[in-house]
Design a protein around this ligand. Sequence first.
Ligand code: DX5
Ligand code: ZN
Length: 231
Amino acid sequence: MNKLIKPDFFIAPSILSANFACLGNEIASVIEGGADWIHFDVMDNHYVPNLTFGPMVCQAIKPYASVPIDVHLMVEPVDEMINAFAAAGANIITFHPEASRHIDRSLSLIKAAGCEAGLVLNPATPIHVLAEVIDKLDVVLLMSVNPGFGGQSFISSTLKKISQVRALINEYAKENGRYIRLEVDGGIKIDNIAQVASAGADTFVAGSAIFGHNDYAKQITAMRTQLANIS
Ligand code: DX5
Ligand code: ZN
């Protein structure tokens, strides 16, 4: 990885695995433990076979979130939810290209609402969709599990895809002087985060690997220790 354009590693705990009965405290604790972003998984029981939370919950947790809220939309259609989440305090909004009829328009809506924008690619989604809209992307989120549930196993073919997107991002940064984050989501644990980073990721979503344990700071610190050796 080119050191000149590699940013700091970010850890984005997914509150999908948090205790929903005390979400505000969960968020405060995980930020205290070292979270860089709060990853907020929105599922609609339509695009994915599960149902989570919407903009009202985002608004409710906003006062506890002293770091950016990274809203991962697993909803179809997408556009109606963009302004709702921007108004509810989202800082980053990502969506799946399969869920939007007009990808460029959805990305423009996110930017117009003042948020950072990203596309999320499922394990079977090819990366060519990024090319035409790369100027509008602040983040690329690669799914390393099929979306819908926490606690699944990392799909190893994602590693190759991470390095392909890393090459694309580095080339884009060299030509345009603008850095796009490369985030990976699903099955990330202390024992595989270094491999994911070596492949080229800079932002790591982890749900069960953090919230499935009592001491969030310990889990996040152990992840950072793994990342410390990646050049
Ligand atoms: C899955 C979600 C993930 C999930 C990750 O659809 O997008 O963010 O919470 O959970 P773990 O880290 O447990 O695989
Ligand atoms: Zn997610």
